[in-house]
Ligand binder design. Structure first.
Ligand code: KIV
Ligand code: ZN
Length: 507
């Protein structure tokens, strides 16, 4: 079917029921209340508050949430297709303005035969009677949702399922939920079944889908089901749910948003909600989890880092599906330096830590960083700053400064080594820097001084001086060198020797 963005999805959250039943320690009433309030802030349209027949605690929780629920939110409780469950749900959710009884039974051939031990006709009868009973129990104010458990396994008997659903609708169900209770095959196979049901049932019936994530494709199945006619999307926060979980609400919401659908949720609440749910469920967020995982904004390859940096302030990024602010993420894209990374990461990490560096310098030290990363894996910012200190602020090479003496009239006497040879030279230039460079040049080393600047650099607690020098080497290339010291003159000397060593290393 074709869709337009005016066909608004109905987000029906099942964290407090399917999610809760999968936890090692299911939530109590006050915990459920905290999560319910998060759902309200997120703006979901319906909440399945629990399985009231499961325990007195869950009954109490369902009842409490029904009491505090805003008038516009559908409050639903799950019941097997048995009268005692249905009565419990009706009692628990009675205070809600929009109460809904959700009853279900399996209709897959396998489950009817081996789990329920019933014929299809017996199952159909149970379904119809349960819906009739639920409709009568909930009264005019409420509604009835019916689910075919294991609908995703109903390929062989889909005609029986559709005929049964028509009866169930006549019995009073206005929402038909189609669960992929266990995800076993391709999303397309499931979506084809959803479309068949959608086309067969009256248009005023709401089609819902409820996908489990056993093969990791629940989001795909849910999103495509929406485009095949399903309007109610049953999802859970952080993808909580039995086994590998239910469909992750955030992924569905963003996939639809990115597809031009008007998603009626406060998307900017997603990230903070995800963190709270991880805390409260004890189910940590997987490092690579889509959208919310710590690594979801990390780039480690040089190519990706380059694209990410070039587009970092743009709404659309080269290597991200959304701007992190859309889901309320305050952290930016992160560049991690490994053996796969390049100069862009060095440049970004060093400048991000407050140190000056040029791209050319970053390129020059990238091989040192790669060598370290090959041994120890991803480098920390501290590791990279150390590499910066050792290779930008101290360049190893043939030249080694020993000492110097200032002479009258800006003259200088300097003692240095080049490889194994010691030099003691005097030079008179236009100021001590010029004299020093002249002394090196007069010893036969050809490098042209272009310019220099001085900065105060805050490295740790004390501000120290940094000299930045620009030279032209014999090949015509311009190089930048730096020197750092508390004493400005020594910062100059260091920058000069570093510059000469950079040139020396280029040979
Ligand atoms: O997965 C499932 O089939 C269910 C139903 C009870 C809706 O959770
Ligand atoms: Zn389920």
């Amino acid at each position: 079917m074709s869709t337009t963005s005016s066909r608004q999805p109905f987000f029906y959250d099942i964290t407090l029921r399917d999610g809760n039943q999968s936890l090692k320690k299911p939530w109590n009433t006050s915990e459920k209340e905290i999560i319910f309030n998060l759902l309200v802030e997120l703006g979901v349209q319906g909440v399945e508050v629990g399985f009231s027949a499961a325990s007195d605690m869950d009954f109490e929780a369902c009842n409490r949430l029904a009491k505090i629920a805003p008038d516009n939110i559908v409050i639903s409780g799950l019941a097997r297709a048995v009268e005692s469950d249905i009565i419990k749900v009706a009692q628990a959710i009675e205070p809600a303005n929009k109460p809904r009884i959700h009853t279900f039974i399996a209709m897959s051939p396998f489950n009817m035969q081996y789990v329920l031990n019933k014929t299809p006709e017996q199952v159909r009868k149970i379904a119809i009677e349960a819906v009739e009973f639920a409709k009568k129990t909930i009264g005019k104010r409420g509604e009835v949702q019916f689910s075919i458990e294991h609908f995703g396994d109903c390929h062989e008997n889909i005609d029986f399922v559709i005929d049964s659903l028509k009866e169930v609708v006549k019995a009073g169900a206005t929402i038909i939920n189609l669960p992929n209770t266990v995800e076993r095959t391709r999303p397309k196979k499931f979506v084809e079944l959803v479309e068949k049901v959608y086309l067969a049932l009256p248009k005023d019936i709401t089609i819902a889908v409820h996908n489990h994530n056993d093969l990791g494709m629940a989001t795909a199945a849910t999103v495509e089901s929406y485009f095949a006619g399903a309007i109610q999307l049953e999802c859970a926060l952080n993808g909580l749910g039995e086994r590998a979980g239910n469909t992750n609400l955030y992924e569905v919401a963003i996939a639809l948003h990115n597809s031009g659908v008007n998603v009626p949720l406060n998307l900017n609440k997603i990230y903070e909600t995800a963190l709270t749910i991880a805390d409260m469920s004890g189910v940590k967020i997987y490092e690579k989890a889509a959208l919310i995982g710590p690594d979801a904004l990390a780039h480690r390859s040089g190519i990706h880092q380059d694209g990410a940096v070039k587009t970092k302030d743009m709404e659309k990024g080269a290597y991200r599906p959304i701007h992190p602010a859309l889901i309320g993420r305050k952290d930016d894209e992160k560049l991690g330096f490994t053996s796969q990374s390049g100069k862009t990461a060095i440049y970004e990490i060093i400048t991000g830590a407050g140190y000056p560096i040029t791209l050319a310098e970053a390129q020059r030290i990238a091989p040192f960083a790669k060598e370290a990363a090959e041994k120890i894996g991803e480098l920390s910012t501290r590791n990279i700053i150390d590499i910066y200190y050792n290779n930008v602020l101290t360049v190893k090479g043939g030249f080694k400064f020993i000492n110097m003496e200032k002479l009258a009239n800006d003259g200088i006497k300097i003692n240095f080594m080049y490889k194994d040879k010691e030099f003691n030279v005097e030079a008179h230039g236009n100021g001590p820097i010029d004299s020093c460079i002249k002394a090196l040049q007069s010893s036969g080393f050809n490098i042209e001084f272009l310019n220099y600047e001085q900065k105060a650099l805050n490295m740790g607690s004390d501000a120290i001086g940094m000299t930045i020098m620009y030279f032209k080497v014999p090949s015509g290339q311009t190089i930048v060198s730096r020197g750092c010291d508390e004493n400005t003159f020594m910062a100059n000397i260091k920058a000069i020797f570093n510059g000469f060593n950079i040139m020396d290393n280029m040979k």
